[in-house]
Design a protein around this ligand. Structure first.
Ligand code: DX5
Ligand code: ZN
Length: 230
């Protein structure tokens, strides 16, 4: 299975963010979260321009692709997704999320992603209203709502983003669409309840999984348990 469309909408799914892993031991770290029950793997791609940090490029994705069967969920925090999305898909990304705040026509980016054979997601930063992605809801498989300013792991969860998630969930329901709402930033066994109640079903967690004080399995299980709040 390599497609987020096949992941449940009525259960919490967990996407550990590789950003919180030990980059010197990537394959071991990926195996650790796979064995712990991860549903997909979140790859935070940063270009030092759209956000003030640098992370990984297509060659790294290609290397880890060989070691994992997980769905690769690439979150592109880059200024030029139209130019680079094809290279990430070619290297093994199954899903590409890009930001709505860019100077591009989102419809064109979505078309390019689909043409290359991946599913598409559209992301809103904390200050971007939910309505900005409404025109594209029929054409994406996921909306990603940021609950921190993008750029770094380990930041505090912004609970005031919950009305935005609820607004999106209502609109997706009203149109009877199958679109995942992924939520990213500061999610752990405690904050997950409010996200699930608001209508988020796919949880990104870096610190909450890779650096869970007990184990990655415990971190993931705590997030899965929030299915009861959906
Ligand atoms: C932030 C990234 C997140 C981040 C989440 O720009 O998009 O995916 O790694 O990390 P935690 O779970 O530690 O907040
Ligand atoms: Zn992310």
């Amino acid at each position: 299975m390599r497609n987020i469309k096949e992941l449940a909408f009525d259960k919490i799914t967990v996407a550990p963010s590789l950003l919180a892993a030990d980059f010197g031991e990537l394959n071991t770290e990926i195996k650790r979260v796979t064995d712990a029950g991860a549903d997909l793997l979140h790859l935070d791609v940063m270009d030092g321009h759209f956000v003030p940090n640098l992370t990984m490029g297509p060659p790294l994705v290609k290397s880890i692709r060989k070691a994992s069967d997980l769905i690769f969920d690439a979150h592109l925090m880059i200024t030029d997704p139209l130019k680079y999305a094809p290279a990430f898909i070619e290297s093994g990304a199954d899903h590409i999320t890009f930001h709505v705040e860019l100077d591009y026509d989102p419809a064109e980016v979505i078309k390019t992603i689909k043409r290359c054979g991946a599913t598409a997601g559209i992301c809103v930063k904390p200050k971007t209203p939910a309505e900005t992605v409404f025109p594209y809801l029929d054409d994406v498989e996921m909306v990603l709502v940021m609950t921190v300013e993008p750029g770094f792991g380990g930041q505090s969860f912004m609970a005031d983003m919950m009305p935005k998630i609820t607004l999106l969930r209502e609109e997706i329901r009203r149109r009877r669409l199958k679109v995942h709402i992924e939520v990213d930033g500061g999610i752990d066994g405690i904050t997950v309840e409010t996200v699930a109640r608001a209508g988020g079903n796919m949880m990104v967690a870096g610190t909450g999984v890779f650096r869970h004080p007990e184990s990655a399995a415990k971190g993931i299980a705590e997030l899965h348990a929030a299915t009861k709040f959906l």
